[in-house]
Design a protein around this ligand. Sequence first.
Ligand SMILES: Cc1cc2nc3c(=O)[nH]c(=O)nc-3n(C[C@H](O)[C@H](O)[C@H](O)COP(=O)(O)OP(=O)(O)OC[C@H]3O[C@@H](n4cnc5c(N)ncnc54)[C@H](O)[C@@H]3O)c2cc1C
Length: 494
Amino acid sequence: MDTTYDVIIVGAGNAALCAAIAACERGARTLVLEKAPDYFRGGNTYFTGGIIRCAYDGMEDIKALIPDLTPEEEATTDVGHYTQDEFYSDVMRVTEGLADPELAQLLVAESHPTLLWLREKGVRFVLSFGRQAFKVDDKYHFWGGLVVEAVGAGKGLSDQQFEVAERLGASIRYQTKGIRLIQDKKGRVCGVVVQGPEGFEEIHGRAIVLACGGFEANAEMRARYLGPGWELAKVRGVPYNTGDGIRMALDIGAQPHGHWSSCHAVAWDINAPVYGDRTITELFQKHSYPFGLIVNLEGKRFVDEGADFRNYTYAAYGREILKQPLGAAFQLFDDKVKHLLRDEYRIAQATMATANTIEELADRLGINREGLVQTVRAFNAAVQPGHFNPTVLDGKSTQGITPPKSNWALPLDTPPYLGYAVTCGITFTFGGLKINSRGQVQDTEANVIPGLYAAGELVGGLFYHNYAGGSGLAAGAVFGKLAGSSAAEDVVKE
Ligand SMILES: Cc1cc2nc3c(=O)[nH]c(=O)nc-3n(C[C@H](O)[C@H](O)[C@H](O)COP(=O)(O)OP(=O)(O)OC[C@H]3O[C@@H](n4cnc5c(N)ncnc54)[C@H](O)[C@@H]3O)c2cc1C
């Protein structure tokens, strides 16, 4: 029996499964290799809120993704629009103009068609009411370019994708990690050495897709590439994304690409475990800070909490928290904004305190009392008049303090006060492999490495400095589909 596969995919997260679905769709004999046991499957994808960014021109485009939207939902919802130009300029703005224009253009142009493709395969989506909309005058207004999420969040997305991939014929081997790429005499990648429960094995394939995550769960690589202190960050997702795919490809001459010293990192509960918890998933995050204040142990503010919608600041603020004494920070709110806090603030595991005075809040959270009182006093005095509106950049700001608060600035003056203790939680790393517009991995001389494709977190060049929320799943889906279909087309052609 011929044991050679057409397409072997390393990893089984969103990017890998989109590659598998696309390869199977083109008739390729497809094998998916996953390091985790089946009961821990799904990668970081499992931990997500399942929220996916895509360009759309209005309600009709959203209805194509969510055909079961009820007339009542439609009538009480304003999704606005999020054109390809808006998406592209958001990517360029948050990456300080550094995102690879070709990859960014592909991401933007293929985002909606790729979600439509997933929907046609059986993956279902809903409107992201709980996370991305606020009710104003009896209508839900979506904000920040994010509208859809997978049914069942990350777990739902992952389960649905496994179901589709297996239905289309993909084989999946769990507890089987890729450790080395095999090349033939011409340099073509023609297999993977894996390590599984039975030991080492060579598995041969005519094309290999690497989709096994970044190096966020590798403390040594974090310290080496992100810098000192990063080995101390908590990991929001799986312990498995240890840079294996990147290392395997670099070992055979792949070109490193992108922002190797940067990553996506957020405010994460200070007492969260070292790696993600599959029951709590993403709920250790604390993302409602635009409606409050963030201070460090000295009681000092250190970022503009209202610089932009949370979608465009949250991935960069984890890094700022890590720089603070003990890598700790505190998000403070008062009673008048309590109703705006996301679900994650209401979990029993949240490290939080309530108090009737700022002094008491400082004592309960271990913040320097005088420092905090002074900060709150100066902040409250700096708040300018204006109309507070959480669904737009309302320009209600502070004046005369550093850092300023540029939007949604309300005085912290209505007890009871709420305080949440957070640290830095790393999501994924930005540096990785260079791919071309067909998802093929390039070598250091910018030639294609024959037989090798890549997708997902381990692709470099798309994210620099910062990130627009929901782009990780979008990029994984777009480039996973691209890599899987290119790989299958190339081997079927031969
Ligand atoms: C808590 C959390 C919340 C998030 N929320 C969102 C969100 O709402 N929206 C969004 O767009 N993004 C979100 N993200 C980011 C998102 O998870 C990633 O961008 C995306 O899921 C990455 O997909 P991937 O397929 O590249 O990696 P993963 O889903 O992590 O899959 C990689 C897989 O490779 C496997 N693997 C690793 N090494 C090997 C090896 N050597 N051999 C075989 N298999 C291997 C891993 O076990 C894993 O299953 C979130 C991330 C986290 C952690």
